[in-house]
Design a binder for this molecule. Structure first.
Ligand SMILES: [Ca+2]
Length: 202
């Protein structure tokens, strides 16, 4: 059990471990976390793809040498001084790909921060580029999205050195504050998108 308290602006939490035989700590992957003992006991029957999230393909910092594949359930992560995955190096590039489903049709504002760099494409169109080299890693963009439709989403993130962190948040139509994109909006393949998505969470 983890209890987390967030009071005023800025909220970050990462849960690291260092498995035996690995040279550095890495984020505890969602593949080894289960909501109940029953889910944990049934882990051998796990589906090859998670229900939500994006495919994560890791590379070296030049995006030339493939290192391995896993999944991410949110469009944000905090590597800190360590690695995203036990098999990945501390400094790495990663390409996240999958589908984004917006709850309603309208104009969405996307806000990003990256240490060191991040590029985002929606429906194969470049949306934004955040880099520490300009504007301290922040970037934003508006995108018109049709609701309840699968839009292809690709993000390329590079942590070239030292601290590693990125986020891609959105402000849906009718809202004023940026918020995390819920994992209900993210799917690794188009076939995983259900016919009906209950965004209300009830
Ligand atoms: Ca960095």
């Amino acid at each position: 059990m983890i209890e987390y308290f967030e009071k005023v602006r800025g909220a970050r939490l990462t849960f690291f471990w260092q498995p035996l035989g690995f040279p550095h700590p890495s984020i505890v992957p969602s593949a080894v976390l289960f909501p109940t003992e029953k889910h944990a006991a049934a882990k051998g029957k796990r589906k090859p793809l998670p229900d939500h999230g994006l495919v994560a393909d890791y590379f070296d910092v030049d995006f030339k040498k493939p290192i391995g594949r896993s999944f991410i359930h949110r469009t944000e992560t905090l590597w800190g001084e360590w690695a995203a995955e036990s098999f990945a190096p501390i400094d790495a590039g990663v390409r996240y790909s999958g589908y984004l489903v917006a709850p309603t049709t309208g104009r969405y504002k996307f806000e990003a921060f990256a240490d060191d760099e991040m590029r985002v494409w929606i429906n194969e169109n470049p949306v934004l580029f955040a880099t520490l080299a300009t504007n301290k890693g922040f970037a934003s963009a508006y995108v018109e999205l049709e609701g309840k439709t699968a839009h292809s989403l690709r993000m390329e993130y590079l942590d070239a050195t030292a601290n590693g962190q990125f986020l891609l948040h959105w402000i849906p139509p009718g809202f004023t504050d940026a918020m995390s994109i819920p994992c209900k909006a993210l799917y690794p393949i188009k076939k995983a998108v259900p016919k009906e998505i209950n965004f209300a969470g009830k």
